[in-house]
Design a protein around this ligand. Sequence first.
Ligand code: NAP
Length: 294
Amino acid sequence: MPDARARGLTGEAAVVGVIGWPVAHSLSPLMHNRAFAHLDMNWVYVPFAVRPENLEAAVAGLRALSVRGFNVTIPHKTAIIPFLDQLTPAAAAIGAVNTVINRDGWLVGDNTDGLGFLQSLREEAEFDPAGSRTVIVGAGGAARAVAVSLADAGAARVVIANRTLARAQELADVVKGRGAQAAALALDSPELEEELAAADLLVQTTPAGMSGEADAVLPVPESWLRPPLIVCDIVYTPPETPLLAAARRRGLRVVPGWGMLLYQGAAAFERWTGRPPPVAVMRDALLEALAAGR
Ligand code: NAP
């Protein structure tokens, strides 16, 4: 399979990329460049390391360079909003941007994380959020994309359990505002076991369980993981987190975090190029990189 180095891009090549700090760990260049090569497209995806203090200049530069679009990752997802011309309803609702589309110099900030999350549930576990009950662990930026997308997809109840209760409460209020029932709990709340017993889905959104996290422990006791609960951990390094391994031991269906990464990328690809993304090719690129410990 030819990669970006071997493809012989011409002067007409379209450029997309990702801005982040750090950005070297990003798997998106591999995923998108493999897709462009597969479709024999004269496009290239480039990582741009942008320090927080350079964000405004970087966005102006990307506009001046007529890039077709770019992804946005930590720590720029919210900070970029004042430098864009327009937000999609998804980005406005989530309060963060992960994909920018350049329409002839007019920068539109979108968010495909929630969409990617929902798609991963559908593809990996045939899960339909309509009428469902979910417990989300964590209340940061990713949890917000997850919670808003579940509420907008017709979830009946979303419970947010977080180390800092006030942040869980804030997110629960957002969910209520979008028409679903919601509750906020501290991570050590005795009510968490009961909520989990009544839930269809558990979504883990904190960095606990990431490779290298010294205190990687399960967010809930393993004995609380009972069928027919579906367990999703949005952490994807390692692809098999301690929580997913525990859920499998308990015979539960699991949704690994690479699914959200894959489908948010596929949605960005479609927005930039107007072409259906070669999802199987992107998935192979991602899984190969994860298996190689990239
Ligand atoms: P964030 O905004 O910084 O939020 C982090 C959340 O984790 C907060 O709720 C925080 O609780 C909690 N937390 C952090 N360390 C903890 C610990 N040791 N114990 C318990 N809770 C802890 O981060 P984010 O942007 O939401 O990202 C979170 C994770 O999701 C990252 O690992 C990221 O790689 C992953 N992610 C994956 C995808 C994907 O496509 N699969 C997409 C986005 C993000 P407090 O409120 O108490 O601080």
